[in-house]
Design a protein around this ligand. Structure first.
Ligand SMILES: [Zn+2]
Length: 154
């Protein structure tokens, strides 16, 4: 079956080889903003003939066509995610590298207001938060404490 990313490629008139289809599928399945090395690992698990150069080329092609977004979460490696389902922000756990997605319309409104004040319409913006998880406290601690009573449904 066609993956969502493959569909977008076909819609944009990109030629889809078997290897590109595999990479498109890996990208469609990813929920964790993988870098090229990680994409390569997942793609070769499905098709051992795929080279890292092919992954690089495909990722660049998809980025140029607005299908993929490149992210920079530090660590010197570009990470990728589908342009759809739309704008959101990222919080990166500096200890584990885990990426947490969130939305904040208030923040967006504030940025648009700043741009307007400077005489501009806001076209795009970037925001990455880097944080360290707080020790369990407040709500988190309460949730943890409740678990034994609630069992596996919690
Ligand atoms: Zn994301």
């Amino acid at each position: 079956m066609e993956s969502p990313i493959e569909r977008l490629c076909v819609d944009r008139g990109l030629k889809m080889t078997g290897q590109r289809r595999v990479i498109a599928r890996v990208l469609s399945d990813a929920v964790d903003h993988p870098d090229v090395e990680e994409l390569y690992r997942r793609a070769t698990a499905l098709d051992g003939r795929i080279s890292i150069a092919t992954v690089y080329r495909t990722v660049r092609l998809l980025e140029e066509n607005g299908i993929l977004e490149r992210r920079d979460f530090g660590g010197g490696r570009a990470r990728y995610e589908p342009t759809e389902p739309g704008p959101h922000y990222h919080l990166i756990d500096v200890e584990t590298g885990r990426v947490i997605e969130f939305e904040d319309t208030e923040h967006e409104r504030a940025l648009a207001a700043i741009a307007a004040r400077l005489g501009f319409d806001l076209v795009s913006h970037r925001l990455e938060l880097f944080g360290r998880a707080r020790p369990a406290n407040g709500l988190a601690a309460e949730t943890t404490m409740r678990k034994p009573n609630k069992g596996k449904s919690a």
